[in-house]
Design a protein around this ligand. Structure first.
Ligand code: NDP
Length: 249
């Protein structure tokens, strides 16, 4: 597949995990890829170098998706660098787990700010150019817990469910301008985010996954690359589950 030649993609949270795999998959499909991070700049640089070693074009940006001012400046600098953003993958995310009664107001706000407001700010900063060019792809990385809920993750699940509403509304708003907006809901994927789970919890989760394994970041990246491509031009407002059968909507 090399259908993204000439396109510029921005993947937020691409220093590691799912975002890094998405950046590689989009670069492999021919896109020039900007990898954003917030703390692990060296890891993002390494990921970019790997893409360049494979013959692709990559650029590193650092901004907090939860801060509108930083998002606007970061995306403006990318538009100056490569002239455009055609594909936005809203992948940056955090989890702060805790039972409802113990979640602090600041943790609640931060989880919503990064996972939900961050996607909105990035979309807002990218859509004008996409609308002018009458082509665009926005792909929001939500989660299986948006659809099935998860005790101890009220803020995270609420933010990820909010992303699905954002996806559907934005899809309606932008369809007349040739821009598709879709969501991907990963199940349990083997990354830093899930590495902290106790072995026992991992085994409990695995027992519920019909395909019998944790997902790989590349499993999610393939779905993202498909939605970004010309092959998916008639798909919008859709939620694509990549969860090994853990949950069927
Ligand atoms: P990781 O924790 O491995 O990576 C998170 C990425 O997000 C990093 O690149 C990090 O940058 C970036 N990030 C975090 N906070 C911010 C911020 N405020 N501004 C900009 N970037 C930020 O996560 P995964 O790869 O596991 O997850 C990626 C996405 O997929 C997330 O949205 C997550 O919620 C979702 N997801 C993951 C699942 C899983 O099982 N792993 C399941 C379902 C959904 P830096 O390295 O610089 O800190």
């Amino acid at each position: 597949m090399a259908s993204l030649v000439g396109k510029v993609a921005l993947v937020t949270g691409a220093s590691r995990g799912i975002g890094r795999a998405c950046a590689r998959a989009l670069a492999k499909a021919g896109a020039r890829v900007a990898l954003s991070c917030v703390r692990h700049r060296e890891q993002a640089r390494q990921a970019a170098r790997r893409i360049q070693d494979d013959g692709g074009e990559a650029h590193v940006l650092s901004f907090d998706v939860g801060c509108k001012k930083e998002v606007d400046e970061g995306i403006r600098s990318l538009e100056q660098h490569w002239g455009r953003v055609d594909i936005l993958v809203n992948n940056a995310g955090i989890v702060i787990d805790g039972l409802c009664v113990r979640v602090s107001e600041s943790d609640w706000q931060r989880v919503l700010q990064v996972n939900l407001s961050g996607a909105f700010f990035c979309a807002q900063a990218c859509v004008s150019g996409m609308m002018k060019r009458r082509w665009g792809r926005i792909i929001n990385i939500s989660s299986v817990v948006a659809e099935m809920g998860n005790g101890g993750q009220t803020a995270y699940a609420a933010a990820k469910a909010g992303l699905l509403g954002l996806t559907k509304s934005l899809a309606l708003e932008l369809a007349p301008r040739g821009i598709t907006v879709n969501a991907v809901t990963p199940g349990y994927i083997d990354t830093d985010m899930t590495a902290a789970l106790p072995q026992e919890a991992k085994q409990r989760i695995l027992a519920r996954v019909p395909l019998g394994r944790m997902g790989r970041a590349e499993d999610v990246a393939q779905a993202v690359a498909f939605l970004a491509g010309e092959e998916a031009s008639y798909i919008t407002g859709h939620t694509l589950a990549v969860n090994g059968g853990l949950h069927r909507a």
